[in-house]
Design a protein around this ligand. Structure first.
Ligand SMILES: *[C@@H]1O[C@H](CO)[C@@H](O)[C@H](O)[C@H]1NC(C)=O
Ligand SMILES: *[C@@H]1O[C@H](CO)[C@@H](O)[C@H](O)[C@H]1NC(C)=O
Ligand SMILES: *[C@@H]1O[C@H](CO)[C@@H](O)[C@H](O)[C@H]1NC(C)=O
Ligand SMILES: *[C@@H]1O[C@H](CO)[C@@H](O)[C@H](O)[C@H]1NC(C)=O
Ligand SMILES: *[C@@H]1O[C@H](CO)[C@@H](O)[C@H](O)[C@H]1NC(C)=O
Ligand SMILES: *[C@@H]1O[C@H](CO)[C@@H](O)[C@H](O)[C@H]1NC(C)=O
Ligand SMILES: *[C@@H]1O[C@H](CO)[C@@H](O)[C@H](O)[C@H]1NC(C)=O
Ligand SMILES: *[C@@H]1O[C@H](CO)[C@@H](O)[C@H](O)[C@H]1NC(C)=O
Ligand SMILES: *[C@@H]1O[C@H](CO)[C@@H](O)[C@H](O)[C@H]1NC(C)=O
Ligand SMILES: *[C@@H]1O[C@H](CO)[C@@H](O)[C@H](O)[C@H]1NC(C)=O
Length: 441
């Protein structure tokens, strides 16, 4: 019987046929929203537990392109394509370029796409369904950029079934003066720079683009492909998809899985040093949101049961480090951060994957649960989810389904605060507000 079942399983999923690679799940900051189910723990609360409060930190939904990507990569490639003598119809994998037109110009930069708006609405509807038993919040929060505000509005349309008057949207300035008291604390941190990580990733960009350039040059000798052209082509897969619905740049005949993993890893190195474990500063940028959120969830008298806030791609990864998640060094007994992200070869088994950490609409949730689970003390437990995948905390998972008991969790947060709670010191800064107060009623 068991043997037959096993045989059936083997015939049903032959190893070759089951390999299904999706470049959009390896597009780093340009990945459309997806839930990686990694680790594969159920999103529904563990047996015997109900969620009593929850908080979400959400990156804005898909945009046409940001200024940096457009100016550095996309626009130069488009201009070069308009002025080339290369005959694309004579090539194989690049034939589509004969008739391709750019999906973005400088008019729509930084704006949400229609697809992005729909995804934000769907997330709102999904969260309403998952937390139908929680009170409708009085407020949600967003930083002031057009794309974060529009994401929050679309989310609320989905969450309230278009009854958006039920909830007030509070906008928080993206101001340098607010210190930790905003949804964009990195903007007021002197020690932070948006260019961190580009030097570290440059070495690996040399490594992974070299064979691609050689291959494409053989096909299209008159075009003179550069590293930046290759980056632009990978980026167009994601951007064109969230603008038009699909893109010839995603075709497996253009870039194979290995090449996509190279593009992803170069991005992972960059984000690792920009807002991840590669910089000691990172957890201090994420801690204020964690601390304020835990206070709001812990306090039985706080004004809401559900807290939702919208920000940019920089904040979620710093929150991840403040919580100690996706730490390549966890369980190694060492903390050699740079060794875990070599710049000449891919560490395939790394935990730090930017496509999982910061796709469009990425969302980190902290849930407070009331549990009566067999084998566990009755009481309150906490868990963290990233894009609907529960992420058990390192050293704080004594509860059902990898959750953490209230006492342990509050101790865990306090200990993190002792290491990472001094915003002004970490930022080498002025005497700016050092905690986040927006959730205080
Ligand atoms: C077009 O290409 C030619 C030849 O490579 C170059 O001399 C010229 O500057 C280019 N024009 C533009 C507008 O880029
Ligand atoms: C480009 O479009 C033209 C006109 O529609 C068509 O004749 C041609 O076959 C297309 N070229 C390629 C390479 O698809
Ligand atoms: C939204 O804010 C307005 C103005 O402050 C207030 O009158 C209204 O009651 C608020 N709505 C909710 C749902 O809290
Ligand atoms: C809300 O309105 C939008 C367009 O205005 C519509 O597409 C959507 O179906 C509506 N949603 C609900 C739940 O009624
Ligand atoms: C690449 O890694 C080596 C070995 O760790 C290091 O010495 C070198 O500085 C790194 N290069 C860059 C550009 O970060
Ligand atoms: C090809 O591109 C490289 C790098 O941008 C540049 O240095 C070189 O002059 C270009 N060659 C031709 C023939 O345009
Ligand atoms: C990552 O894990 C290592 C090894 O356990 C640990 O020493 C380090 O403090 C962790 N980093 C953070 C920011 O939690
Ligand atoms: C990791 O590398 C960066 C430069 O790439 C360096 O500033 C930092 O000190 C290194 N960290 C450790 C722990 O060696
Ligand atoms: C969870 O909710 C269900 C349905 O409302 C209720 O029967 C159960 O007692 C609750 N369990 C806990 C631990 O709160
Ligand atoms: C953490 O939250 C507590 C309670 O709200 C607050 O008193 C403290 O200043 C906060 N600390 C930081 C570093 O955010």
């Amino acid at each position: 019987m068991q043997f037959n079942t096993l045989m059936l399983a083997l015939t049903a999923t032959p190893a070759l046929a089951s390999f299904n690679f999706n470049p959009l799940e390896h597009s780093a900051g340009i990945s459309p929203y997806f839930s990686p189910h990694n680790p594969p723990i159920a999103v529904s609360p563990p047996q015997g537990c109900n969620v009593t409060r929850a908080a979400f930190l959400i990156r804005h939904a898909a945009i046409y392109a940001n200024d940096f990507d457009y100016e550095s990569y996309l626009e130069p490639l488009v201009k070069k394509l308009r002025n080339t003598t290369q005959d694309w119809a004579a090539t194989q994998s690049l034939r589509f370029l004969a008739n391709w037109t750019a999906p973005v110009d400088d008019e729509h930069l930084e704006k949400l796409t229609r697809f992005g708006m729909q995804q934000a609405m769907l997330l709102g509807a999904d969260i309403r369904q998952r937390y139908n038993h929680l009170e409708i919040p009085k407020k949600v929060w967003s930083s002031t950029a057009d794309r974060t505000v529009k994401s929050a509005e679309a989310f609320l349309a989905g969450y309230t079934h278009n009854n958006t008057k039920l909830v007030n949207l509070t906008q928080i300035e993206e101001s340098k003066k607010l210190g930790a008291d905003s949804l964009t604390p990195y903007k007021s941190c002197k020690a932070y720079s948006s260019s961190y990580g580009s030097k570290q990733s440059s070495k690996f960009i040399d490594v992974y683009t070299k064979p691609i350039i050689a291959r494409l040059k053989a096909e299209a000798p008159r075009f003179n492909f550069t590293q930046d052209d290759i980056t632009a082509m990978f980026e167009f897969c994601g951007y064109e998809t969230v603008i038009r619905g699909d893109s010839p740049f995603c075709a497996p005949t253009l870039f194979n899985a290995d090449e996509w993993l190279g593009f992803e890893y170069a991005n992972d190195i960059m984000y690792f040093h920009n807002t991840g474990y590669g910089r000691e500063l990172s957890p201090s940028l994420g801690f204020p949101w964690v601390n304020a959120t835990v206070s709001a969830l812990d306090d039985e008298s706080s004004s809401q049961e559900l807290y939702v806030s919208f920000t940019h791609r920089e904040l979620p990864p710093t929150v991840i480090t403040a919580l100690g998640l996706y730490n390549n060094s966890a369980f190694t007994g060492a903390n050699d951060v740079n060794q875990t992200m070599p710049n000449n070869t891919i560490n395939y088994n790394r935990a730090w994957k930017s496509s999982e950490i910061l796709p469009f609409l990425t969302n980190i949730a902290i849930e407070k649960m009331s549990c009566e689970s067999p084998g566990f003390d009755e009481g309150s437990y906490y868990r963290v989810l990233n894009n609907a995948s529960p992420q058990p905390l390192v050293g704080c998972r004594d509860g059902p389904g990898g959750s953490c008991s209230q006492d342990q969790f509050l101790k865990f947060i306090k200990t993190r605060g002792e290491s990472y709670g001094d915003f002004n010191k970490a930022c080498d800064g002025d005497d700016l507000p050092s905690s986040l107060s927006i959730y205080e009623a």
